[in-house]
Design a protein around this ligand. Structure first.
Ligand code: IMP
Length: 199
């Protein structure tokens, strides 16, 4: 069985990837399996650059194929913020403090439309690495709902399903989320690309 490294220590995210990868019989590793690896700072100004930076850095150390993503919430009334700063939007950087700041910044705004964005970098080796982007559109509610998921999920309302992302099971979220969309693009690309590289 081939190994693949998911470049995350976020348990919510890891669980989503484990489910998404489950049909492909990969030995899924995460940063929890490599406690000695350094933290790769997301210093770039785009999701694409951050995802690639993380994937490349970890490939260079582990020589495993790496899936790294960078994701975040972009709110129209906040000019796309928190964007690449989603993880550390508030000084505390906890989900709770980030969400409080979001609600605070949106409380007088009539329009709270927003999207989640995920960019996945799949780094196979120096010559083969690819980027895939997925988006999920919705709006921010000022009262949280649901207890599943992580991050901004309780405040992100999907107008099609009529639920916040935190009201969805992992399986349901994986049908509509930004990360799932980017992931399925990756699978679609790889299936059409080369049998020997197939997941
Ligand atoms: P990163 O991609 O690990 O840098 O995470 C960026 C941040 O965006 C996370 O810490 C969350 O705050 C937020 N985020 C990304 N994806 C999701 C999601 O699916 N639900 C809720 N928040 C998310």
């Amino acid at each position: 069985m081939k190994s693949i490294l998911i470049a995350t220590k976020n348990k919510g995210k890891l669980h989503e990837y484990e489910l998404l990868l489950s049909p492909y019989h990969y030995l899924v590793k995460s940063l929890f399996d490599f406690p000695e690896l350094p933290e790769i700072e997301e210093t770039e100004d785009s999701f694409e650059k951050n995802a690639l930076l993380k994937a490349k850095s970890l490939y260079q150390i582990t020589h495993l194929p790496v899936i790294a993503d960078d994701s975040g919430l972009m709110v129209d009334a906040l000019n796309g913020e928190p964007g690449v700063h989603s993880k550390r939007y508030s000084p505390e950087g906890t989900d709770e403090a980030n969400n409080q700041l979001l609600v605070q910044n949106l409380k007088d705004k009539p329009n709270t439309t927003a999207k989640f964005v995920a960019v996945i970098a799949y780094y196979i080796n120096e010559d083969e690495h690819y980027l895939f982007r997925g988006e999920a559109k919705g709006f921010i509610v000022l009262t949280p709902k649901g207890s599943n998921g992580f991050g901004y999920d309780p405040y992100f309302f999907d107008p099609v399903i009529q639920k916040t992302f935190a009201e969805l099971t992992h399986e349901e979220k994986n049908l509509v989320s930004h990360r799932a969309k980017a992931f399925h693009q990756m699978i679609h690309f790889l299936e059409g690309y080369d049998e020997t590289r197939r997941l």
